[in-house]
Write a protein that binds this ligand. Structure first.
Ligand code: SAH
Length: 356
């Protein structure tokens, strides 16, 4: 389906940017809603351990307390997947009197199948679904969480060519109608690229994510205007760099990007330094990026896991312990994944980050 549609577009309009290709392929991929878990293509942190969402729930409660317990306030999740993180977050938040009653829950999700899964995971809550963050109501303090959302936003890729110029990477069709990468015939002016593009050698790829930059500006604007806090968790380096990070994953293994189009997950590293720059430019405080393992340990993952494990049957205990290890160990998700918080200017320092 996705393959035929994208082929038709390229035949009619010529080669398309990697950004458009990624948006089209992912639109089809997430619409199916079968991405997650053992039988799907990948497993995310909330699907690995309930403790992940619970600790984020505690973080949200403390952020809410720091804001003076506003009632009502907006609780937004971007890209909630199967709704597991929000379900765990809300269960943990029961411990904070008033939080659940005050929360107006808005879920930003484009996939109809995943919206259904989220409704099923949150039976006693009445979330409102939105296609875009901008559609969430204004004038309420905002607490926002997003796990592995930014990595699904489409990226642009630029390549420094042998002649020293920069071209955009495109997706075209070869003579047998197979997808192939190509370069734009026209060159891209240096001023259109981020500063770190200057380090690029011949053949190097430089990536930008215009949608992530815009989202950050929109969230920062809201936090400045209405107060609040946002927590982004994703994978990527702490410093902006050069290199091709676009990857496809299918059935828990790497796949070829141009092969299983619409059938594999496509993600790219999140440029946390760029997210931080966009946020600062728009007047909010930036905390982190902090490695996920460090942040979870500061949030008490070890103690909470031990407490749960002590009362669990043997099989569940092993899963809890191995799940937490996977989330915090440097060789697993502890270092590559990072946590970044944004807060409105006069908010107290959020939990889990060194004071700034
Ligand atoms: N946060 C979840 C799921 C991560 S996968 C977890 O940790 O398990 C990415 C999620 O973002 C999916 O729910 C997908 O449907 C949604 N998504 C991807 N691109 C989107 C976009 N442009 N707008 C809204 N939702 C999007």
């Amino acid at each position: 389906m996705a393959q035929a549609l994208i082929r038709d577009i390229i035949k009619q309009e010529g080669p398309i940017t990697v950004e458009r290709f990624m948006a089209l392929a992912l639109g089809h991929y997430y619409a199916k809603g079968t991405a997650f878990g053992r039988t799907g293509d990948f497993t995310t942190a909330p699907e690995i351990s309930q403790v992940f969402g619970e600790l984020i729930g505690i973080w949200c409660c403390l952020a809410w307390e720091g804001l003076g317990k506003p009632d009502p306030f907006l609780l937004v999740e971007l890209g909630p997947g199967r709704g597991t993180l929000m379900a765990d977050l809300l269960r943990a938040a029961k411990a904070m009197p008033g939080f659940l009653e005050a929360a107006r829950i808005h879920l930003v999700e484009t996939s109809p199948a995943l919206r259904q899964a989220q409704a099923k995971a949150l039976p006693s809550f009445k979330p409102i679904w939105r296609d875009r963050f901008e559609d969430a109501p204004q004038d309420l303090p905002l607490i926002l969480v997003a796990n592995e959302f930014l990595d699904a936003l489409p990226i642009r890729q630029f390549v420094r060519t042998a002649s020293g110029e920069v071209c955009e990477r495109l997706v075209a069709l070869d003579d047998d109608d197979r997808f192939v990468f190509a370069l734009s015939p026209e060159t891209i002016p240096g001023c259109a690229l981020p500063a770190h593009a200057a380090q690029a050698q011949v053949g190097d790829v430089v990536e930008t994510c215009p949608q992530a930059a815009k989202l950050t500006r929109d969230v920062a604007f809201r936090l400045g205007k209405d107060k609040g806090a946002a927590l982004f968790i994703d994978y990527g380096p702490g410093e902006s760099g050069v290199g091709d990070s676009l990857q496809a994953v299918k059935g828990h293994s790497y796949a070829r990007i141009l092969q299983d189009v619409g059938e594999a997950d496509l993600t790219a590293h999140v440029d946390f330094a760029e997210i931080a720059r966009q946020a600062r430019k728009n007047g909010v405080l930036v905390h982190g990026p902090t490695p996920q393992g460090v942040w979870l340990q500061r949030m008490g993952i070890v103690e909470r896991t031990r407490q749960l494990a002590a009362n669990a049957p043997a099989a569940a205990r092993d899963l809890l312990l191995s799940g937490s290890r996977r989330l915090i160990e440097p060789r697993e998700m502890g270092t590559l994944f990072k946590v970044l918080a944004l807060t409105s200017a006069d908010s107290p320092a959020p939990m889990g980050f060194e004071s700034i």
